[in-house]
Design a protein around this ligand. Structure first.
Ligand SMILES: *Cc1c(COP(=O)(O)O)cnc(C)c1O
Length: 416
């Protein structure tokens, strides 16, 4: 394939770049000067301010979203013999935490929105099902009303994997907002590539005081705060371990970054939405490409811009498309390799490929394009130009008829 003039004189556009400025640098320096590096006053403030932002009652800062998900399952006493339903289109962490608890992960296929389908959840429920972990894929909210309804009917816990979803609204409220949320816990990721970053980090929020107390204790070795408070008042060094907890706490160094990022999150989200809208306008209206789903009932926080290619209209595969973009100086990624394709998960009952044909087929069509607040419109235009140029150069001659894509288009058109 000819690369033409577009190759010349171009800097590489990375897939992701964190939005870090002088304020983050200064705040971290301040923590380093203060003499208190681990969990302390700044982490407490980060918890309070994040809850102020989302509307959740309680926030427990943790060192990753994975830790937050694990804590929630552990605090809910999910264990051996229990089944937990989640999506095949997620990062391995969502499934690993279920296995860490000795429970059995079960996959329910995705819908047109790339999120877990409530109908598929219903099909996968057994007497052993204890919890559902919906993932707000790319930052688009799941159909929570239906998921909460299923959970209520069947007495299941709901733990939201909100790794992509800081800033996501569902029916006018932030994910996890105590005013409307019926979930047990919501876990956010502040990993380097996420919309709000602390380098590594996370937060698990809940509106249940009992769950909060348990998660808080399990975050730091299972040390009882009661004992701590009882003795600390007299300046005592004494503490008591009341269960085998974990070492999941977030440091003040990280929370200092998080506090600054939280101040910028609305502006960063707005910028993402602007750039995603520009991609939509530049890439829309073609039969060989499909722009990502959006929903009326929520606010997408645009963690990812997942372009879908129509393999029947193109003579090259998704992998070749990615390679071609890379050779033209565009970094991309794929979210995600479906759970059943990983060797370890393959053999697991409940994680069979044939339980998620939609995710398996979507996987071969998706490319996550660069999207971050620091991108210029010119960079977005350049990515879109290269995408279109590659598509134009590799179009199939034959006419195109992919029923699944047609169906998807109709669904998207009727939804708006
Ligand atoms: C990033 C991610 C996680 C894990 O987040 P960490 O903070 O790295 O533990 C979990 N689930 C999904 C969907 C993610 O994208």
């Amino acid at each position: 394939m000819s690369v033409g003039a577009s190759m010349l004189n171009r800097e590489f556009i990375p897939f992701n770049r964190p939005e870090i400025g002088m304020d983050e640098l200064n705040e971290v320096a301040e923590v380093l000067r203060s003499g208190w590096l681990t969990t302390g006053e700044r982490t407490k403030r980060f918890e309070v301010e994040l809850c102020g932002y989302t509307g959740a009652r309680f926030g427990q800062a943790v060192n990753s979203c994975t830790a937050g998900l694990h804590l929630a399952l552990a605090a809910l006493n999910i264990g051996p013999g229990d089944e937990v339903i989640t999506t095949p289109l997620t990062f391995c962490a969502t499934v690993n935490v279920i296995l860490h608890q000795g429970a059995t992960p079960v996959l329910a296929d995705i819908g047109d929105d790339f999120n877990i389908s409530p109908a598929a959840i219903r099909e996968r429920i057994t007497p052993r099902t204890r919890a559902i972990i919906p993932v707000h894929f790319a930052g688009l909210p799941c159909r929570m009303t239906e998921i909460w309804e299923i959970a209520r009917e069947r007495g299941l816990a709901v733990v939201e994997d909100a790794a992509h979803a800081i800033g996501t609204h569902y029916r006018g409220h932030h994910i996890g907002d105590a005013a409307v949320s019926r979930s047990d816990a919501v876990a956010y990721s502040f990993y380097a590539t996420k919309n709000l970053t602390t380098g590594e980090g996370g937060m698990v929020t809940t509106n249940r005081e009992d769950l909060y107390e348990r998660m808080r204790r399990m975050t730091l070795h299972g040390i009882s705060r009661d004992a701590w408070n009882r003795y600390a008042e007299n300046g005592s060094w004494y503490y008591e371990v009341v269960e085998p907890g974990f070492k999941y706490n977030l440091s003040d160094l990280q929370s200092a970054i998080g506090l600054v990022q939280l101040k910028k999150i609305e502006a960063m989200t707005a910028r993402r939405a602007e750039l995603a809208g520009l991609y939509d306008r530049l890439l829309g209206g073609r039969d060989d490409l499909m722009t990502p789903p959006d929903e009326e009932f929520g606010r997408h926080c645009w963690h990812l811009y997942v372009l879908r290619i129509n393999p029947a209209a193109l003579s090259i595969s998704r992998d070749e498309f990615i390679k071609e973009l890379h050779s033209r100086g565009i970094g991309t990624s794929v979210h995600f390799i479906p759970i059943p394709l990983h060797p370890f998960f393959k053999a697991w009952a409940g994680l069979e490929e044939n339980q998620c044909p939609r995710a398996m087929s979507l996987y071969r069509q998706i490319i996550s394009l660069p999207l971050y607040p620091g991108m210029s419109e010119e960079q977005v235009r350049r990515v879109a130009r290269e995408v279109i140029d590659i598509a134009d150069q590799s179009r199939c001659r034959e006419s195109i008829n992919v029923p699944e894509l047609e169906e998807h288009r109709r669904a998207m058109a009727s939804a708006t």
